[in-house]
Each structure stands twice: as C-alpha cells, then as structure tokens.
Design a protein around this ligand. Structure first.
Ligand code: DLZ
Ligand code: SF4
Length: 507
C-alpha cells in the first residue's frame, strides 16, 4: 500500500495523485498543520475556508470508497507538519511510498523531496499549460510577454475563436476594461452561505488558534464545497459578468467586489475547473447574454494571466522569490497591517483586505502594490504580506505577481516597465481621492498626494537602472523639462514624507 497526499489547495477528485492511486489499497493523507497555516500569518478567513473545504472533501473521498487519514489541527498526535504527518501515517500503516501532486510552493517541494519516506511527485495537471509546453513557448525568448502566450492559449483551447481568428477581430479588449467607476454598482456581490456545522467547528478552532493573525474571521460566508462554489459562480455569471468587462479596473470605496467574480480562492484550491468556467463564460457570450469585452476580459485572466504567471514561477525556479533588482530595502510599514493612515486609497484597500481577505487586481497592483514599488519596500516582506492576506494567494501565483509585476524586482522578465503611477491614475480609476486628507491635484506642498511625490522620487533614484528603458523615455523627458528648483522641492518633500513613514508617524 501507498499513501496519497492531498494538500489544502488540491481539493478535486480528479487530482493527479488520486488518479494514480487505488482506493482498494492506498490511504489518502490530509492534514491541517501549523507548518502550513502558520508559515506566514495567513488571514483567518483563508485558514477557515481551507480547513472547512478540506474536511468536506475528505468526507467526499470517504463516500467514494477511499480510506482517509485526516489530521485535525487540534489532534494531540498531530506533528504539525506535512512531512511529519506523512511519517506518522507511514508508521501506522506500514506504507513505504507516497504519491503526491506537485505543490505550488518551493518550500514544500523541497520538504517533500527530502522526506525520509520517499515521495513520488506527479506534475499538477490542473493547469492547462504543462511545464513542457510552457518551456517550449518560452525557449529562446528574452522577455516573456503575457500577450503572446495568451494568443497561443486561445488557439489551443479554441476559446473565443472563429475560423482560426479571434472573435471580434481582436485578441485583447483591455482598452475596453478601463471605465472609471460608475455612480452605483448594480450587482449584489457574491452569493453568501450560512456557516453549517462543519464550518462552525472550524471557525471555533481558527478563532482560538489564529487570533493574532491580521484579518476579520466573521461574518464568514464563503462556499466550501464544489456545488456551492458552482452556485456562487453561476450567480455572478448571470448578474455580475455583463458589466464586469467595463469596470474591471475601477475601484470604489465601500464596494469591495464591484462586478468581480471572486473565484480565485476556489479555482486555486481545486474547487473550480479553469477550462469549464471559461466555456461557461464563452457560452454566455455566444448566447448574447454578455458583451465580448466581458467574456474576453475574464478568459484572459484565466487562460492567460493565471497560466502565464504559473509558468514563469516554475521556470524561474526557487531563487526567483529572492530577487531584488531595484535594491529595495524599506521595511513594510504598519499601515499594511491596519495602522491608521491619512491616505484614503491605502486605508480603503487595507481595510477591505482585513475584512474580506480579498482585493481585486487593480487594487493590489495599483494601490498597495504601487505604493510598495514607489516607496521601495523590501520585496520579501511585500511577498509575505500578499501571501498571507489574500484567500487566493499561494506562492506560485503571488511570487511572480509581486516580484515581477508589482515590484519589477526581477529586472523585467515579466513586465516591460514598472507599473509606477502617480495619484492621477488612482483618481481616474477610483472614487477614493474625494474623501482623502491629501489633495490628488497637489504635486508639492503640505497636502500633496504622497503618490505624486513618491512617483518622481522613485524615477529619480532608479534612473541608473531604468533611465534607458524605452517605455520610460517620456517620463524622464518630462522630469528633465521640469524646473530644477521644482525638482528639488519634489525630492525634498518626498524625502521628508518617507522619513515620517519610517518614524512610524501616521502618514
Ligand atoms: C495555505 C494552507 C494553509 C493555510 N493550511 C494548510 C494546511 O493546514 N494543510 C495543507 O495541506 N495545506 C494548507 N495550505 C495550503 C498549502 O500551503 C499549499 O498546498 C502550498 O502553499 C502549495 O500551494
Ligand atoms: Fe490616494 Fe493620493 Fe488619492 Fe489620497 S489623494 S486617495 S493618497 S491617490
């Protein structure tokens, strides 16, 4: 007999290691362990979601005839690590081999590779693009641009293709995903589920054991099993998707979800299947229920961005996470953990993150991420924050998004230029600035928006590294045209603002 490891984000009956196993003789091992739940201070909602989903999935496997050795967090015998639990279960059962599906975390891959009981790691085929296929695409390219990868994936899946050509005559409707926020949001947000007995039991444990982690545990309404997740998705498909495309990049105070599907956490845990949901979205477009910019915008995220960052993560290897090409070393300020701030945009995104374990891509990239880039925050600390606070975050997706996309710390492998923006971008795409103590129109002076000051400070201090980037030529030309006295004022005010940030003042 053998053990079959199922991790907390591998909750699907068609998981590779389960397909390789035999219910008649193998034992499935699942374990709630501090080694995972406490490896970074994961959001309590994220831990509760995973534990509840794991317990329900284990029950489902048992109903299907599997023998499951499930370790609850408060089991006194629990060794509190994945490998520890494999050793314990191997000793109990006499198993001499483990079948596992490659985890999306180099730390865990290394631990399994070094395990005293041998682990056979199978490639995770939940992704549409295998390692070999990604390598074949990436081989010989100096830069890995998502857009070209995405076109390949469209051709391969046939999604939104008509006679070998992209539907609507265009691959990408990104330019039609950038409407500023509407007056009101006409979608009541994700479907909410009352906690059942399993969820309640988990909420009690999480409240007791993870009280020190940043994040609000209740109200807790996430779906935690496949059919409920599917209902959540279909609710959005009918009511949210039609306007998703237009307002994909918009941000609104008091509207954490807008028209977003909020499915990353289910997709990444195995409770939704990427190709299946894309086919449903395509069908909604074919039936005339949603516009093309909405369907394409969604499909691009799933078969484009998601597969692409995973491919980059695996290909770049374990050292990628330590990259720091812009030599940024400022510690993460307390405002990321909810300390008061006068910046309305940062305050809103952090508060929503605390309450929902969720923020959408533009909030992550252009508010908290943009601030981290401009202020020169240490990439390792920023990565840990994103990994901890978002319910959908695992290293395979967080590392490339933070190191590559957000912080340009990989030196341009993933993005052709840093996503740096001044307050004007946030003002255009959100309604945050109206309620802010700072004035977004002020470029200098006591009320100047910090994003305006820090933008130029960033460009100026990174000139040796970024000055030759063709996509930044305009930016540096503007800076150089500025009156020298004004340039000095901007830099001095930015320095003073950063000094107050470093001193722990409310900024
Ligand atoms: C994220 C997470 C957490 C919070 N807890 C557990 C756990 O107790 N048991 C488990 O098997 N998996 C957990 N996970 C998910 C793993 O950390 C995840 O499999 C790796 O990060 C690879 O993606
Ligand atoms: Fe954010 Fe600046 Fe707007 Fe305030 S004025 S909300 S700090 S962008």
């Amino acid at each position: 007999m053998r053990l079959i490891l199922v991790l907390g984000d591998q909750l699907l009956p068609g998981l590779r290691a389960l397909r390789e196993g035999d219910p008649a003789r193998d034992v499935v091992v699942m374990a709630e362990v501090m080694g995972e739940a406490g490896s970074v201070p994961h959001h309590p909602k994220k831990i509760a979601f995973l534990f509840a989903a794991m317990r329900k999935f284990a029950a489902r496997l048992q109903e299907a005839g599997w023998q499951v050795a499930y370790s609850r967090l408060d089991d006194p015998e629990n060794s509190q690590s994945i490998v520890g639990e494999l050793l314990r279960r191997a000793a109990e059962s006499g198993a001499v081999e483990v079948l596992a599906t490659e985890p999306g975390d180099w730390r865990l891959i290394a631990a399994l590779e070094e395990s005293p009981v041998p682990v056979h790691l199978f490639e995770d085929d939940r992704f549409l693009c295998s390692h070999a296929e990604f390598d074949a695409w990436a081989e010989g390219r100096k830069e890995l641009r998502m857009e070209y990868f995405y076109r390949e994936m469209r051709r391969r899946t046939g999604l939104l293709m008509e006679g070998g050509k992209p539907a609507g005559g265009q691959w990408n409707f990104d330019a039609e995903n950038r409407k500023p926020p509407p007056g009101a949001v006409e979608f009541d947000g994700p479907l909410r589920f009352e906690p059942d007995e399993t969820v309640r039991a988990v909420l009690d444990i999480v409240a007791e054991r993870f009280a020190g982690h940043f994040g609000t545990l209740e109200p807790f309404w996430f779906p935690t099993e496949e059919n409920a997740v599917q209902a959540h998705f279909e609710h959005w498909l009918a009511a949210g998707l039609p306007r998703f495309g237009d307002y994909q990049d918009a941000m609104m105070a008091g509207q954490p979800f807008m028209y977003h599907a909020v499915i990353g956490q289910y997709l990444n845990a195995g409770l939704l299947e990427p190709l299946a949901i894309c086919r449903q979205v395509e069908a909604a477009w074919q039936a005339g229920r949603v516009p093309l910019n909405a369907a394409e915008g969604f499909i691009r995220q799933v078969i484009g961005w998601r597969e692409y960052v995973r491919g980059v993560w695996f290909r770049a290897g374990p050292d990628y996470e330590a990259r720091n090409a812009l030599d940024a070393h400022r510690p993460l300020p307390a405002l990321y953990w909810g300390a008061p701030t006068a910046m309305a945009c940062m305050g809103a995104v952090v508060a929503q993150t605390r309450d929902e374990a969720y923020a959408h891509h533009i909030q992550r990239l252009m508010v908290t991420g943009n601030f981290a880039l401009l202020a020169g925050l240490d990439p390792a600390e920023v990565q840990e924050w994103y990994l901890a606070v978002y319910a959908d975050a695992y290293p395979w997706v967080e590392a490339p998004n933070v190191v590559g996309m957000t912080l340009f710390a990989d030196g341009g492998l993933l993005a052709s230029k840093p996503y740096a923006a001044s307050g004007a971008y946030i003002d255009r795409m959100s309604d945050y600035c109206g309620g802010c103590a700072y004035a977004v129109k002020d470029k200098t002076g006591p009320n100047a928006c910090p994003f305006n000051l820090l933008y130029w400070h960033f460009m100026d201090r990174q000139r040796a590294r970024l000055g030759r980037n063709a996509r930044l030529r305009q930016v540096y030309a503007t800076w150089d045209r500025m009156d020298p006295a004004r340039r000095e004022t901007v830099l001095a005010e930015a320095e003073a603002w950063l000094a107050r940030l470093d001193a722990g003042e409310v900024v």
